[in-house]
Write a protein that binds this ligand. Structure first.
Ligand code: SF4
Length: 426
């Protein structure tokens, strides 16, 4: 008989945290230690409670895990409080991770989570589960912070995960998702959490590894493959340049792995293309390999001053050129914009509206977002994004012409919520 303790990991498997939890479940199921951990994927709070109770009744030590963004933090905290109340003192270890928990560790711990995973989760979660199976104290695991006497006790952070060492999803548990091909970002856009969480350099999954997991997707009966990367055309590079040869080798391998019936989506949701990377050579390559008819291009602002302040690393004309070229090559460019960026003057807002109209004129669609002061970014303490009435009318007009889409109105509320919850820096 095994002398190991029985450990169950119950993942609060709800949108949007479930994407990160799928990656973590993949790490657990593929690891020699993690393989003995019972994994559960409840999709709502009632099944979360039922599965936790069932695991406890079966004699497991139970870890319940949440991953969330800043906007979904209140819902996760509320679910945690509800679960604890329902369990009426039965012992479970409640842990949280993700970009918000990493950036606002104290706030997350004060919400009642026992431990916060700081940084990248794969390695440190496996360490924690291994400790529990061996009967050791999980609270001593490196990479997890906790509150002791009301003060945060940090224990380092998880980082530097080599993507090839872990699967991109949890195939044994039939939980699939987009394949993360690059983690970290060398660009330093001031509104973005990616360089903060995953460091300012690119780590790429190898072509062979991507092809392997694509075959696994196909063998599971999936017809489509999608990818996660901070910037699609940066695959295979360590700097601002493109390595189209590397992108082509990867896409050719993926195409082959998917077979004639499969569909390959690249440069579109859930990843995007930087505007300066939209060149005739890059478009010709994409045209040869991908099935998407649209490209998502980061534009963000029509004001040169704001583009510089936010450190986007490109100018307005580059965005227009990218959209025009994409149209020429038969793609619908969907250009991302952020409304209400810090320090915007009425002239900057006007410049953004002018650019949106120019893009609409060349055949692009505009994807509107409202600026959120995200924890971990240089803009964490900036005012939440707002959209004045005149701009709102103009945006509604573009939307009615089918040229603008997005949740920018709902995001005004989310941005205010994030700002209202932030605590002073210590
Ligand atoms: S917005 Fe995109 S390019 Fe800029 S730092 Fe974030 S991930 Fe990188």
């Amino acid at each position: 008989m095994s002398s190991k303790n029985k450990v169950a990991l119950v993942l609060s498997y709800q949108y949007p945290g479930k994407y990160a939890l799928t990656v973590l479940a993949g790490a657990v199921e593929s690891d020699p230690v993690g393989r003995d951990v019972a994994l559960r994927f409840p999709r709502d709070r009632d099944s979360l409670l039922a599965m936790v109770r069932e695991c406890l009744d079966e004699g497991y030590q139970v870890v319940v895990a949440w991953s969330f963004y800043s906007a979904s933090f209140p819902a996760a905290a509320e679910e945690l409080a509800w679960l604890r109340e329902q369990l009426a003192g039965r012992e479970v270890l409640c842990i949280a991770g993700g970009v918000h928990a990493t950036a606002e560790t104290e706030q997350t711990l004060q919400a009642g989570f026992d431990l916060v995973a700081v940084g990248e989760g794969e390695t440190i979660l496996l360490d924690l589960l291994g400790r529990m199976m061996r009967g050791e104290d999980p609270r001593q695991t490196r990479g997890f912070s906790q509150l002791v006497d009301g003060r945060v006790v940090p224990r380092g952070r998880g980082e530097g995960v080599v993507l090839d060492h872990y699967p991109p999803f949890a195939a044994r548990n039939m939980k699939f998702g987009a394949i993360e091909i690059t983690r970290g970002c060398i660009y330093a856009c001031r509104f973005c959490q990616t360089p903060f969480l995953n460091k300012a350099r690119f780590r790429h999954r190898t072509v062979e590894n991507i092809a392997h997991w694509t075959r696994v997707l196909r063998e599971a009966g999936k017809r489509d493959v999608r990818f996660i990367t901070p910037t699609s055309m940066s695959y295979g590079t360590q700097d601002e340049s493109m390595n189209l040869e590397a992108v082509e080798r990867m896409l050719a391998a993926v195409r082959e792995a998917m077979g004639p019936e499969g569909r390959v989506f690249y440069g579109t949701f859930p990843s995007e293309v930087r505007p300066e990377h939209v060149t005739p050579e890059a478009l010709a390559l994409l045209k040869r390999y991908v099935d998407n008819d649209n490209l998502i291009i980061g534009g963000q602002s029509g004001s040169e001053r704001i583009l510089q302040e936010t450190r986007r690393g490109h100018d307005v004309e580059t965005v227009v050129r990218a959209a025009s070229l994409a149209v020429e090559w038969g793609f619908v460019p969907n250009v991302d914009f952020i409304l209400g960026l810090p320090g915007e003057t009425p002239e900057d807002v006007q410049a953004t509206l002018v650019l949106m109209r120019r893009l609409a004129h060349v055949g692009a669609k505009v994807h509107g977002h409202t600026f959120m002061p995200l924890p971990g970014t240089p803009y964490r303490d900036a005012p939440p994004g707002s959209v004045d009435d005149e701009t709102r009318r103009e945006l509604d007009r573009l939307a009615s012409q089918g040229r603008l889409y997005g949740h920018w109105k709902q995001q005004v509320r989310l941005a205010n919520g994030i700002a209202s919850r932030r605590q002073p820096r210590r």
